[in-house]
Design a protein around this ligand. Structure first.
Ligand SMILES: [Zn+2]
Length: 372
């Protein structure tokens, strides 16, 4: 089976979509793979896991360690569905252990942190939270040969020339000197295999995360224990706020990474090429407006204005809503937006500290829009 766009509908898990993914959303999928409970969250929600395959190579994957980073969970289920439907032979080589939602309280509340407001990706040493202990116990018992640490990144991330960072990757450091240890090098090579497979589809939209060492991050800890660990970050593209486009590319990335591990194809890569993947920068906003007149600027000279959406869970509709907030204004040469607008022809002077006026700005910007 060829992994091409036309075939995606055949294996995509259509019952999950959008940004709000929690334990309830994935209950059928957990059942499909005969999941079991491996522990409970602070607020006593079950943490599910399932195992597929009986192969010698052991791969541990977890997602939604940050509760509101749901895109990679959708992508993970798509990728598993692909193998389950079309390439079951991988499970002769591979034993896959999956924790689809490590932070079910954060997923339910749509927060990055867990119920105690702790960032689980800074708790790898302290192990102060039940969710962190669950992951560490599974790691110790399963003894994986490889780990995938699945996350989602904000819309601010870009690669070169203001291109959206639809995907970014990190081979975490094992130490402060960022030495190229065996496990780091293996992770780099697998990332290069993913990059090679995706570069014809999205050549300008793949970034590399900063590799500053932080032992409190789970990836850095596991890498320092000599387990090749890859951080996947599912990013943003254009006006796709449901993140179904980056879901697709993330699912391809996971699929290619698994194929690379099974075939050991990554061994052919020169890890030095990893550093050629452009490092992420944070130069994008959701709405970028040029030449807008605002009361806050002296002499009402036109300025540039960058707006970021704040994401909020609507408890009634169970959907994520997006509220504009000012990021910065002035002469913003190093910023661009997923939506670009030039207000040169608009005479009105806006008061950007008034919520209604900010909403009006976004409505006008959408009419005048020039989508990045
Ligand atoms: Zn994250």
């Amino acid at each position: 089976m060829n992994i091409v766009v036309e075939n995606y509908a055949d294996y995509k898990e259509k019952e999950i979509f959008g940004r709000y993914i929690n334990n309830d959303s994935i209950s059928n999928l957990n059942s499909k793979y005969s999941s079991e409970v491996c522990g409970y969250s602070v607020n006593n929600l079950p943490i599910h896991f399932f195992k597929i395959g009986s192969g010698k190579t052991k791969l541990l994957i977890w997602s939604q360690m940050h509760g509101n980073e749901s895109t990679s969970t959708k992508a993970l289920f798509d990728s598993i569905s692909f193998f389950y439907k079309h390439e079951q032979a991988v499970f002769d080589d591979l034993t896959l252990l999956v924790i689809p939602i490590l932070n079910p309280d954060g997923a339910f509340k749509y927060t990055r942190e867990n119920y105690n407001n702790v960032d689980l990706n800074r708790d790898a040493v302290d192990l102060s939270q039940p969710e962190s202990i669950v992951l560490k116990k599974i790691y110790d018992k399963f003894k994986p040969d490889f780990c995938f640490n699945l996350h989602g990144q904000r819309s601010i991330y870009s690669t070169i020339n203001f291109n959206s960072s639809i995907l970014s990757f990190l081979s975490p450091s094992s130490d402060f000197d960022r030495n190229e240890t065996d496990s780091r090098v293996k992770s780099m090579k697998i990332i290069l295999d993913i990059f090679d497979n995706l570069k014809t589809l999205i050549p300008n939209n793949i970034g590399r995360y900063n590799d500053e060492f932080n032992i409190n991050c789970v990836g850095d800890t596991f890498q320092s224990l000599n387990t090749p660990t890859i951080l996947f970050e599912s990013g943003h593209y254009s006006q796709d706020y449901s993140r179904e486009i980056s879901r697709y590319y993330t699912s391809l990335a996971i699929t290619y990474a698994i194929k690379s591990i099974c075939s050991k194809g990554f061994n052919l890569q020169n890890h030095k090429n990893y550093y050629k993947i452009p490092e992420n920068s944070t130069s994008l906003c959701d709405v970028f407006i040029k030449n807008i007149k605002i009361k806050q600027s002296s002499l009402s000279q036109p300025v540039d204005l960058s707006i970021l959406y704040k994401e909020k869970l609507n408890l009634v509709s169970k959907e994520i809503e997006f509220f504009p907030e000012i990021s910065e204004f002035g002469n913003l040469d190093k910023v661009s937006g997923h939506l670009l607008s030039d207000f040169i022809s608009i005479d009105k002077v806006f008061n950007i500290s008034v919520e209604n006026e900010l909403n009006e700005i976004v409505i006008i910007a959408k009419k005048l829009r020039n989508i990045h």
